[in-house]
Design a protein around this ligand. Structure first.
Ligand SMILES: C[S@@+](CC[C@H](N)C(=O)[O-])C[C@H]1O[C@@H](n2cnc3c(N)ncnc32)[C@H](O)[C@@H]1O
Length: 198
């Protein structure tokens, strides 16, 4: 799924893409981004200072962090309660972010209203046609969870946030498809992945 997200960023035109990760945790997606996008400019946000410190130290050891001009920054913030976009505004990234990404984390932010709020804030930071690409656990009727949703519910939330969700279910692709579509979804076990544009 992380490679699927990278392929969607790669399919855009930016040479040195500005990428923001929501709830980056210990930086597992950040590591893949750094390895697969050598000139990435990255900002990761998470609630846990411990996980962020772990991410920072681990990724410092990757050679790309000292060369190639890529920059990896981490900010501790509660994405639901804090004005986290202020960090991006301070950096001059408002309206200039090429991609907002997240992996297996939206369900931890709360239910649909909280997830929608964070995605709307994220959208306001994206440039025109900027990419939102994320993967998260889908609703599973064997183990119902209040903040895990179906593919259709994710599509509806994205539409309500103002993202281009053209094609809908007919645009579904499989993991490994690296084409640039306005909207794509893929499933991987009980995970769903979504990519759409501002
Ligand atoms: C299941 S972990 C996934 C972490 C990371 N994306 C990964 O794949 O390894 C969920 C992450 O969400 C973070 N998190 C939970 N609620 C948050 C909030 N309100 N604001 C920011 N981060 C939050 C947790 O600290 C944790 O790192």
């Amino acid at each position: 799924m992380a490679s699927w997200i990278c392929s969607k960023i790669n399919a855009g035109s930016a040479n040195s893409p500005r990428v923001v990760e929501l709830a980056c945790g210990a930086g597992f997606l950040a590591e893949i981004l750094e390895r697969q996008l050598p000139n990435v400019r990255y900002c990761g946000f998470d609630l846990s200072p411990y996980l962020l410190e772990f991410a920072r130290r681990r990724l410092e050891a990757i050679p790309g962090d000292q060369g190639n001009g890529n920059t990896m920054k981490y900010f501790c913030a509660n994405l639901v309660k804090d004005d986290w976009t202020a960090h991006l505004v301070d950096m001059g990234w408002e309206g200039k972010v090429d991609a907002v990404v997240s992996i297996q984390a939206l369900h931890d932010l709360g239910e649909l209203p909280q997830q929608k709020q964070v995605l709307e804030q994220a959208r306001s930071m994206l440039r025109k046609d900027g990419l939102l690409a994320y993967g998260d656990l889908l609703f599973d009727d064997q183990t119902p969870h209040p903040s895990r949703y179906t593919v259709e519910e994710h599509e509806e939330m994205l539409q309500l946030c103002g993202f281009t969700v053209s094609g809908g279910s007919s645009a579904k692709s499989v993991l490994g498809d690296s084409g640039l579509q306005d909207f794509a979804t893929a499933t991987f076990g009980d995970f769903g992945a979504f990519a759409c544009r501002k």
